[in-house]
Ligand binder design. Structure first.
Ligand SMILES: CC(C)(COP(=O)(O)OP(=O)(O)OC[C@H]1O[C@@H](n2cnc3c(N)ncnc32)[C@H](O)[C@@H]1OP(=O)(O)O)[C@@H](O)C(=O)NCCC(=O)NCCS
Length: 165
């Protein structure tokens, strides 16, 4: 059974493992395929705890952490935020868990945080992610051509959004 709980300090080693997994990081971050360290993620977590514009959650199978997701750049004034999701464990992608987790997070964003709009950015070639977001009702608001460069290849970046019902 898929459960969601608050992101915790003990999740830091999982963050490092997942963000360093080539199957996961090939389409995430400012530098595709980049590596991170325990030290970097420990600093990230300390900053995260002080940051009121971020709210992250750990996705679990029963109690086993399998990924994380969250809202960042939460703006109370504009009632919007940016969404992110990552299923880190290889055996858990492509099984519909992303959809379950995202439905939970959208509900949290719209019902609990009373957001009007949720944005996200995704590399156009990230087929599972784009499919997932479209199936949830996200619409493409803009295409940034050749926005990201990795290993000498340029990738288009999509800006997508969904509104409160
Ligand atoms: C993107 C991600 C969150 C999707 O979650 P998931 O649980 O693997 O996806 P789901 O099983 O819910 O499938 C979502 C859709 O993609 C399709 N899909 C999944 N894997 C696919 C693949 N390898 N190739 C083509 N389509 C695929 C599914 O059929 C589904 O489409 P449908 O609703 O039309 O049937 C997950 O793959 C992931 O964490 N990837 C690595 C990190 C990442 O890219 N995060 C997003 C950054 S913007």
């Amino acid at each position: 059974m898929i459960t969601v709980r608050l992101h915790r300090r003990e999740d830091i080693p999982y963050r490092v493992k997942w963000m360093n997994n080539p199957k996961v990081n090939k389409f995430i971050g400012d530098r595709l395929g980049s590596k991170t360290t325990l030290k970097e993620q420990t600093v990230w977590f300390s900053n995260y705890q002080k940051d009121k514009t971020k709210k992250f959650f750990t996705i679990c199978d029963q109690k086993k952490p399998i990924g994380f997701m969250g809202l960042k750049n939460i703006s109370k004034e504009n009632r919007n935020a940016e969404l992110f999701i990552l299923i880190g464990e290889d055996n858990y992608r492509g099984k519909g868990i992303g959809k379950i987790a995202m439905q939970w997070l959208l509900n949290y964003g719209f019902q609990k945080c009373k957001l009007h709009k949720i944005n996200l950015g995704v590399i156009k070639d990230n087929i599972p992610a784009v499919k997932l977001y479209k199936s949830l009702g996200f619409k493409i608001e803009g295409v940034m051509k050749d926005e990201v460069c990795s290993n000498g290849r340029y990738y288009d970046f999509l800006s997508m959004a969904i509104f409160e019902k």
